[in-house]
Design a binder for this molecule. Sequence first.
Ligand code: MN3
Length: 207
Amino acid sequence: MAFVLPDLPYAKDALQPHMSSETLDYHHGKHHKAYVDKTNGMLGEKGLEGASLTAVIKAAKDKGDKGLFNNSAQIWNHSFFWQCLAPGEGQKPTGKLADMITDSFGGIDQMLAKLKEESVGHFASGWGWLVLDGDALKITSLHDADTPVVHDGMKPLLTLDVWEHAYYVDYRNARPDYLEAVIKNIVNWDFVAQNLDGDGVSRADQG
Ligand code: MN3
């Protein structure tokens, strides 16, 4: 069965002014869709028809198949990323997640500053991540299409796309301004908290 482009979990104009409908037209409708189409076009020749998305990503990694890995991993990364966002203003972590953040980083603002610093500082294309590493919260970044799906023990909680296509329409080259707006306003902290169960990988899987 072919993989599909998942619908956005909100209207295309719902994240404005922080992320425009034009950005989502391109980022979801063109970039994310292209990863889906390219992956589907490769599954037959690779003998992977019927495999789940995460199984395809792991098989591509094991075989050193960069084309299949990059495209399939980007399906998963984007499917996870859209769920990490939600319409709103000034949304903040609450409850157990907030307590864990304070224990690990000294406070929510300190964690958000560290997440922004890591994501701004990632050279060229990649993804900023808040993950569970064992039972501890950790901020890291992964390059290009690299994904927690292929890192044992790295359980994804939140990701931020720092490829230029994520911000060029709205912020031109100003990656820090994009990250400031997203981190301070439209993160879906309920989704992030849900992923504390360690099952974040399954929430962007399909097939
Ligand atoms: Mn992207």
